[in-house]
Design a protein around this ligand. Structure first.
Ligand SMILES: [Zn+2]
Length: 421
């Protein structure tokens, strides 16, 4: 973690500033704290492999003791959560290798880690809507001069969407250490990861951020009222005092009025609205936003979805801000084919079958469950497409041959993090 991050961190329980306890074991440079113990008025918390762990769950307490005993490598093993010796060694080998990919490293974390979901995330329908909403709102609200936080951001697929517009770089907060570790390593290099509990007060100072977002996770939060109150606190305009309102964005949260796979404990649209006290939220049905982005190249945030439209939609997006210009109709740029932020690769949902000078690319879902949950991607992913073999073989690359540009737009070719699969 950056030493300056101490300026924005607060103890989730007593609200005090956190400081490195210099008298205990630590490893740091002038700019970074790699391992050590942070203290406030009430607790001590470990920094493990550069990630502050600001909760008191059993693994965090064990890891703190291990850091204090001068065994940071054991603390990382504890936080990654691998009890099995062979599996832990496999993960550590992947972590130490410059050649190991995101996919390899996730595989080393074992079968219980949600590998499929994460690997295919960059073209799933939920991501397509969330990415458009995040980029649109972040551009207006942050415009490269203010900071965002991605809460419960997992392994950072949408934190990545904030990297070019958040300054300083975005904070990624999640309870699962392994996920934020993966994000920093692969998905959103340069983000500032923090391990903390979404069901507790957030460990940051009031008004630290101009955008607080949470995507595809809010329905799993039990303390929803506290969570929203905390999001409002983090973007508090009065405390930030830069004369420009902040925004709260909750993307893809399930709807109590419908059924969905991995349903969680969702609320109704009215229930979600009632959580907000400081800001007035607007609730959007995801189906309308999906149609906007996929079929019309826009994001119409000026719309007021009718109650029955919202009641029918299995997923909702909630946006709360006083920022002028957010609740308008925005043009959504198709995936820019000019230059990759990572590298252009074939979407891992496609199999390439060589056929002379051509290659046939065939859409293949990894499982029936995937097809059931994310089948709406067929709206933009073609079942089959035949392309120039030479152009495909030139990948991965920072740019694509002109013949492949339409495949970038349709997400058959993706701008993926380096060493993704
Ligand atoms: Zn405290």
């Amino acid at each position: 973690m950056h030493v300056e991050t101490l300026e924005i961190l607060r103890c989730p329980y007593c609200g005090a500033r956190l400081e490195l306890v210099e008298s205990l074991f630590h490893q740091k440079t002038a700019a970074e704290i790699h391992d050590g113990i942070l203290g406030c008025h009430c607790c001590v918390f470990p920094v493990v492999d550069g990630i502050p762990v600001l909760h008191l769950q059993p693994a965090a307490v064990t890891a703190r003791d291990q850091v204090q005993a001068g065994r940071p490598e054991l603390a990382r093993r504890t936080m990654i959560g691998l009890d099995d010796e062979a599996q832990a060694a496999g993960f550590e080998a992947a972590a130490a290798s410059d050649a190991a990919t995101y996919r390899d490293t996730v595989a080393a974390l074992g079968p219980n880690f949600e590998a499929g979901y994460f690997l295919y995330r960059f073209s799933d329908p939920t991501y397509v809507v969330a990415d458009a909403a995040v980029r649109t709102v972040a551009n207006i609200v942050l415009h490269g001069q203010r900071r965002a936080i991605d809460i419960c951001g997992g392994s950072g697929h949408l934190t990545r969407s904030l990297m070019t517009v958040s300054s300083p770089p975005p904070v990624l907060a999640d309870l699962y250490f392994a996920k934020v570790w993966l994000a920093r390593r692969f998905t959103a290099p340069g983000c500032e990861p923090v391990c903390c509990d979404g069901n507790a007060p957030f460990p940051f100072a009031r008004g630290t951020f101009a955008l607080a977002m949470c995507t595809d996770a809010f329905m799993y939060i039990w303390t929803k009222r506290q969570f929203v109150g905390e999001m409002e606190r983090l973007v508090d305009d009065v405390r930030r005092a830069d004369g420009e309102p902040g925004a709260v964005l909750i993307g893809h949260t399930h709807n109590e009025r419908t059924w969905t796979p991995s349903h969680g404990q969702p609320l109704s649209p009215a229930g979600y609205r009632d959580l907000f006290e400081a800001l007035e939220p607007r609730v959007f049905g995801e189906a309308g936003l999906f149609d906007d982005v996929v079929n019309r190249g826009i994001l119409d945030l000026a719309r007021h979805d009718a109650a029955d439209t919202l009641d029918r939609d299995p997923a909702l997006t909630i946006l709360a801000t006083r920022h002028e210009g957010v609740f308008a109709t925005h043009r959504v740029e198709a995936m820019p084919a000019a230059r990759a932020t990572g590298e252009f690769r074939l979407n891992p949902l496609y199999t390439a079958i060589p056929d002379g000078e051509r290659v046939q690319l065939r859409l293949q879902f990894p499982s029936e469950d995937y097809a059931d949950e994310y089948g709406a991607c067929r709206a933009y992913l073609p079942d089959e497409v035949t392309v120039d073999r030479e152009a495909i073989e030139a990948l991965p690359g920072a740019a694509v041959a002109r013949s492949l540009a339409p495949l970038v737009t349709s997400r058959v070719i993706l701008d993926l993090p380096k060493r993704y699969y």
